[in-house]
Design a protein around this ligand. Structure first.
Ligand code: ASP
Length: 325
């Protein structure tokens, strides 16, 4: 063996073992799991599966979705916060990650310190919907029924910290009246109960409600954005008389905080590639959901945005006084 070959071999043997961490380009060398905190078939699940498919194509590595439901998404988030930072365990979460920072008095992670934000992926209007025979023709009518019936009415949500819970909280604050809350493991099981007439009201992402609104299987009253949403035949909350009722739901992908920068950058590139794909864009459009712009899927933007959202929701949640221990 020549001296040069012997030296090369020796330096290769001296390299730390990186086989089970990531390849040289930051692509994890084992299949990636995207942990979804809500039930299969709901908006978070749907969005995550579409993004995972595009990421897998770009990375040349399989990306599977696992639903870890319960405790408003904090179980799934806690699992990813504590996972080995090798890029194989990721979290797909929504606005609820930011709000749990205030809603939960004790969390096994820090919302702003335990994760590496890898890019926002989507934004969707919330819609105020009801069971098919709900006795109101517009949002003012809905508010009047809530004021009159109060706790005789029920409203669904997917756990404290879910977007549904925030939307429901705003609806009850608008009516200045509490309803009875029924908790599900995600929007998919909840919307089934709305269609069946067993749940009266629900505030959920258009991603989940748009197909059922189109088929008249539920009643729709408003979108919670300042502008109308193309593809949804609903007034805005402002047009319906309640401009303060405003929120949208964003989704993002995260790794554990200690994820090496090279892997973060590669996963972010895969997310961006997934969002540019025409197939994903067409499927997002069908469910009236916006893919994140290049700016919003930029890692520093996502990191800043998460902190801003924690701070934006804190006083609103504190004013409504709902907490979990
Ligand atoms: N829409 C639910 C929530 O935001 C969760 C889901 O199923 O995606 O609370």
């Amino acid at each position: 063996m020549s001296t040069t070959r012997r030296t090369l071999l020796a330096s290769a043997l001296a390299l730390p073992f990186i086989g089970d961490r990531a390849t040289a380009q930051g692509v994890p060398s084992r299949p990636i799991t995207v942990t979804v905190p809500f039930a299969a078939g709901g908006p978070t699940d749907l969005i995550s599966r579409m993004v995972a498919e595009g990421m897998a194509r770009d990375l040349g590595q399989s990306v599977v979705v696992e639903n870890v439901t319960g405790a408003g998404g904090t179980l799934a988030a806690g699992r990813v916060a504590q996972a080995r930072p090798d890029g194989t365990t990721l979290l797909a979460h929504h606005i609820g990650l930011a709000t749990t920072a205030t809603l939960y008095r004790r969390l096994p992670f820090s919302v702003t310190e335990s994760f590496a934000p890898l890019g926002l992926v989507s934004d969707a209007a919330m819609t105020i919907v009801a069971k098919p025979d709900f006795p109101a023709t517009d949002l003012r009518g809905v508010i009047a029924v809530i004021k009159r019936e109060g706790e005789k009415l029920n409203i669904a949500h997917a756990g404290l910290g879910g977007a549904n819970q925030l939307g429901g909280m705003l609806l009850q604050a608008t009516a200045e009246t509490k309803m009875t809350t029924v908790v599900f493991r995600g929007s998919a099981p909840a919307i089934t109960e709305v269609m069946a007439g067993r749940i009266d009201l629900f505030v959920d992402q258009a991603t989940n409600t748009a197909p059922f609104l189109r088929d008249n299987r539920i009643k729709g009253y408003a979108v919670t954005l300042p502008e109308r949403v193309p593809g949804l035949d609903l007034p805005t909350t402002a047009e319906a008389g309640f401009p303060a009722f405003s929120m949208s739901t964003w989704h993002g992908i995260y790794g554990p905080a200690a994820l090496p920068q090279e892997i973060q950058n590669r996963l972010n590139a895969a997310i961006k590639a997934a969002l540019r794909d025409e197939r994903l864009r067409a499927r997002f459009a069908e469910v009236v959901t916006q893919p994140a712009t290049d700016e919003r899927s930029f890692i520093p933007f996502h990191r800043r945005f998460l902190v801003e959202e924690v701070n934006r929701w804190r006083p609103i949640i504190q004013a409504n006084g709902e907490y979990a221990d």
